[in-house]
Design a protein around this ligand. Structure first.
Ligand code: AMP
Length: 591
């Protein structure tokens, strides 16, 4: 029984597995590794998945569905063969085909799949991805973020040096940026930011509007186009729209290897044409570049970093092949981005590496991939006077390292209130109504004047996207809810809670760090004057690092303090000499 990694892409999907010390791609019976994420229906024949379905996009747009990943987690429906399908069901068909291809290729049953998702997928989108996997006959306990998978693939390719990376994952439907730190065998995702509606499809859409304007086709079919004209194709017939869109995508892709691309469309006895080149495409993409720049600022701010601290910018995703995008990034960052092999295969290869880690394969079993929570999780609380509704009180902020846990106390807002409703939300908006509602817990409280009765709320969010919320009243009564995409039994819940207890021990309270802290305290007690002040500074740095919430900083703080203590204890004389010669500055001593 094998474990595989799957990149379930907007445009193409593909799979990889771990073999002979590296991730390898899985091909179908014709040797193709890319499976177009397209599903079609043929009267009398049934369903087609992949390239055969893609070919029918032009001829039978009403019986073919593509780019459905963009609408994962929404109520959008696709009509085909007399019934409707959700994006989740269509994704299940793609996953099923991948499973079958992999079983054929590996000549064994697939036990489990690691599926990649855009970092910015919310809980519902993740849950629908898991459901799609289940329908496809795959166990998919672990979803990993696409940029994290790319960072894993980068690490395997470029060795073990410590580095700060920015992964720029630009696909057909989404752009995800992730700030990643790599050190030792740890890949730590520090912050993510993304846009679910910014991808190669948007470039095609803008190019299509440009073509309609330039070639005169827009005018001929009675469409008024101004400026950017995104969405201009709305009034074209579905057949014509599909033809112009395909033409636009082909011209865009052709610019990878040629200076210009002629776009030509014959309708009746009339030919509509225009010539696209890099300069024009750069102009066309400008509105998207502005949005990209904002995302860069967002992720750097969340990571508390700056451009100069990025060692490498890694480009992945099909749209990273666009020269205009590379040019824009080089201008923005002042350095050339790194392009990892074939950009559309990197994520799948990273998922294949993870499949190896999951199977605890010798060469990589100690590798650790951390992740962050891409959105804020919190509860609704009463707003200030005149507030237009309840406001969100964040419990786990976006970009917290996972697993994350927080406990807080809340009081009643009304006199002699009998119970408190704890409503759980996900999102970044001020008012709860603008965020995604996840669930509710109600707990009784002793009837007291407003503000006198209290409850404690504990949020724990783990690396598999399972949110555990517990509410404890001052009487000791407890209510809890597990918000996950899988129904868990009581037994599993108990086991889960036990595991979480370990997680909830913060670094500063872990035994090895407690020992360091006690040694630092002992030094402090034994010292006086300037030396004591210096040790106080070291204690401050150590505790700051421990509480930073970042694995890298925790590790650095522990290493610095341990080395310093060792030096102090073993070379006391030299140390004191240095100290009193005034050579020692407030920062880290050179060891
Ligand atoms: P992905 O979702 O990563 O599979 O990326 C798919 C997107 O990459 C689509 O929008 C494609 O049009 C785009 N793409 C694929 N090949 C190229 C290319 N050579 N140049 C520009 N864009 C490309």
């Amino acid at each position: 029984m094998a474990v595989i990694g799957i990149d379930l892409g907007t445009t193409n999907s593909l799979a990889a597995y771990w073999k002979d010390g590296k991730a390898q791609l899985i091909s179908d019976e014709n040797g193709n590794v890319l499976l177009p994420s397209v599903v079609g229906y043929v009267e009398g024949e049934g369903y087609l998945v992949g390239s055969q379905a893609k070919e029918r996009l032009i001829t039978h747009p009403n019986d073919t569905a593509a780019s459905f990943k963009r609408f994962m987690g929404t109520a959008k429906e696709y009509e085909m063969g007399g019934r409707t399908y959700t994006p989740m069901e269509l994704s299940a068909m793609v996953l099923e085909r991948i499973r079958r291809n992999a079983e054929y290729f590996l000549k064994e049953e697939i036990e489990e799949a690691i599926i990649t998702v855009p970092a910015y997928f919310n809980d519902k989108q993740r849950s629908d991805t898991k459901k799609a996997a289940r329908i496809a006959g795959l166990k998919a306990e672990r979803l990993i973020n696409e940029p994290s998978a790319a960072a894993l693939a980068y690490r395997m390719q470029y060795g073990q040096e410590d580095k700060s990376l920015l992964v720029f994952d630009f696909g057909g439907g989404t752009l995800d940026l992730s700030y990643v730190e790599c050190f030792d065998n740890v890949i730590e995702i520090i912050a993510v930011a993304g846009d679910n509606h910014l991808g190669g499809d948007d470039i095609d859409c803008l190019t299509e509007a440009w073509f309609l304007r330039e070639s005169g086709l827009g005018e001929a079919v009675g469409i008024k186009l101004s400026g950017g004209g995104a969405g201009a194709g709305q009034q074209l017939s579905p057949e014509l729209e599909a033809r112009v869109r395909k033409l636009s995508e082909e011209a865009k892709c052709a610019l990878e290897s040629q200076a210009e691309a002629e776009m030509k469309l014959e309708i009746g006895n009339k030919v509509y044409s225009a010539v696209l080149n890099e300069e024009i495409l750069f102009e066309i993409c400008m509105p998207l570049f502005i949005r990209m720049k904002e995302l860069f600022l967002h992720v750097l701010e969340d990571a508390d970093s700056r451009v100069s601290e990025i060692d490498d910018l890694i480009m992945v995703g099909g749209s990273s092949r666009l020269k205009v995008v590379r040019r824009f990034l080089t201008e923005l960052l002042g350095k050339e981005p790194v392009v990892l092999g074939e950009t559309d295969k990197v994520v799948a290869l990273g998922a294949g590496v993870y499949a190896g880690i999951r199977q605890r394969k010798e060469e990589i079993r100690d590798m650790l991939l951390t992740d962050v929570c891409p959105f804020t999780l919190g509860i609704g609380v009463a707003g200030r006077v005149n507030a237009a509704g309840n406001i969100l009180c964040p419990m786990i902020e976006r970009n917290s390292t996972l697993p994350a846990s927080r406990r807080d106390r809340f009081v009643t807002t009304h006199d002699y209130q009998k119970a408190i409703d704890v409503k759980i939300y996900q999102g970044e908006e001020y008012y709860v109504d603008n965020n995604v509602f996840l669930g509710k817990l109600t707990i009784d409280v002793p009837q007291k004047p407003a503000g006198m009765a209290w409850i404690e709320v504990q949020f724990t969010y783990d690396i598999n996207g399972i949110l555990h919320v517990a509410v404890i009243s001052e009487t000791g009564e407890r209510r809890q809810i597990l918000l996950s995409n899988q129904a868990l039994s009581e037994e599993e819940l108990a086991r889960y809670e036990k595991e979480m207890e370990k997680v909830m021990l913060p670094p500063i309270q872990q035994p090895e760090n407690q020992e360091i802290l006690q040694r630092l305290f002992a030094c402090y007690e034994n010292a006086t004057g300037e030396k004591r002040e210096y040790i106080a500074g070291m204690i401050g740095r150590f505790t700051y690092g421990m509480n930073s919430g970042r694995k890298r900083q925790v590790k650095d703080a522990a290493a610095e303090a341990a080395a310093w203590l060792e030096m102090l204890e073993s070379q006391r004389d030299m140390w004191e000499e240095m100290l009193f010669d005034g050579e020692l500055k407030a920062e880290k001593p050179e060891l």
